[in-house]
Design a protein around this ligand. Structure first.
Ligand SMILES: *Cc1c(COP(=O)(O)O)cnc(C)c1O
Length: 360
């Protein structure tokens, strides 16, 4: 078996240890005589898998008891609609920070259901910083304030949790969940598609405070109602059972690695290595304000864009794949989620230095 270091933004790498366990258990899960993908979601075997996964996620993120954890389908993109439908309640105003491509999409969807107040970013052309907090226009009457702590495409990460008084904070953590500890109690709702830092695509984790559930808009589809999903423990219909199982294996792997504080240390070190390599060279550049550089997604450009294709080709030969930047940004992007081993970052840094030397 030969595995590459895959720098894809998503679907992204899954820890090799997890893949090995899944392989061993693929056709016969722990003596059950079945694969997890063949099990009834209501049978005791799968119920135990589902419960353990939730318990482990609660432990990892220290999720308070007054929050529900939902395991849904439809991707983070479905949450762009579910959030206004469920959280607007008797209001018709919502606050959104505009910091990059994903928050922009969330805003476009919210506008179908609500008035949207852009807290900051309306006048930004290139998303490579977060406007200073003194310029933000928060609305105390907003039903909630939505933001994207890590903009996956631009590589902008905003680590501080905004202060919004009594207005519930909603965060799209798709590309940064589990990369470092966060204080869940500061949020009304957190959501994340699984395919970046959790596991395979097809699962969306939603962590929502109890008091925000149950006041959905009348016309909301049943499948989009958090209350229906919460009352039915995410099993109103058939949940994404196999993905849920793999997510559980990833949570267990994270616990064995020392939890989120340990991951934060590793992630910060991995990111620093890569940013240092970029900053010390005139050949590579990262356009993001150093205060808001992402630990997870590192875009960078070559001084001469004509070399992009040969950079990508040679990187691939060296076992470093999917480094092409998002089409809207160009250049390169290295996504270095939890499952990217530190050796993968070391290999990339070495390759970059070599490639630069060969151009001289
Ligand atoms: C990838 C991503 C999404 C979209 O996720 P899907 O699961 O494909 O809908 C939304 N927000 C952020 C921050 C992302 O990185």
């Amino acid at each position: 078996m030969s595995r590459v270091f895959n720098f894809s933004a998503g679907p992204a790498m899954v820890p090799e240890e997890v893949l090995q366990i899944a392989k061993e258990e693929l056709a016969d899960w722990r003596g059950s005589g079945m694969s997890v993908m063949e099990m009834s979601h209501r049978g005791k075997e799968f119920m135990s898998i589902a419960e353990q996964a939730e318990a482990d996620l609660r432990e990892l993120m220290a999720i308070p008891d007054n929050y529900k954890v939902l395991f849904l389908q439809g991707g983070a993109s479905s949450q762009f609609a579910m959030i206004p439908l469920n959280l607007l309640r008797d209001k018709n105003q919502a606050d959104y920070m505009l910091t990059g491509s994903w928050s922009k999409k969330a805003i476009a969807e919210a506008k179908r259901y609500s008035e949207v107040n852009i807290v900051c970013g309306a006048d930004i052309e290139k998303f490579n910083t977060v406007p200073d907090v003194s310029t933000w226009k928060l609305n105390a009457n907003a039903a909630y304030m939505h933001y994207t702590p890590n903009e996956t495409i631009e590589g902008v990460e905003f680590d501080a949790i905004p202060d919004c008084g009594d207005v519930p904070i909603v965060a799209d953590l798709s590309s940064t969940i589990l990369s470092r500890p966060i204080d869940v109690s500061k949020f009304g709702l957190i959501y994340a598609g699984a395919q970046k830092n959790i596991g395979p695509a097809g699962l969306t984790v939603v962590i929502v405070r109890d008091d925000l559930i149950g006041q959905v808009r009348e016309s909301t589809p049943t499948m989009f109602n958090y209350e229906v999903m919460a009352v039915n423990e995410s099993m109103y219909n058939t949940p994404p059972t196999y993905t849920w199982y793999i997510a559980g294996l990833v949570f267990d792997w994270l616990k064995r690695r020392g939890g989120l504080s340990a991951m934060a240390e590793i992630n910060e070190r991995k990111a620093q290595k890569l940013y240092n390599a970029i900053d010390k060279s005139d050949f590579y550049a990262n356009p993001v304000d150093p205060r808001y550089r992402s630990w997870m997604n590192v875009p960078f450009t070559l001084a001469n864009a004509d070399l992009d294709a040969s950079f990508l080709e040679q990187a691939k030969q060296a076992g470093l794949t999917t480094l092409k930047g998002h089409r809207s940004v160009g250049g390169m992007r290295a996504s270095i989620y939890n499952a990217m081993p530190e050796e993968g970052v070391d290999a990339l840094v070495n390759f970059m230095a070599d490639f630069e030397k060969r151009q001289a």
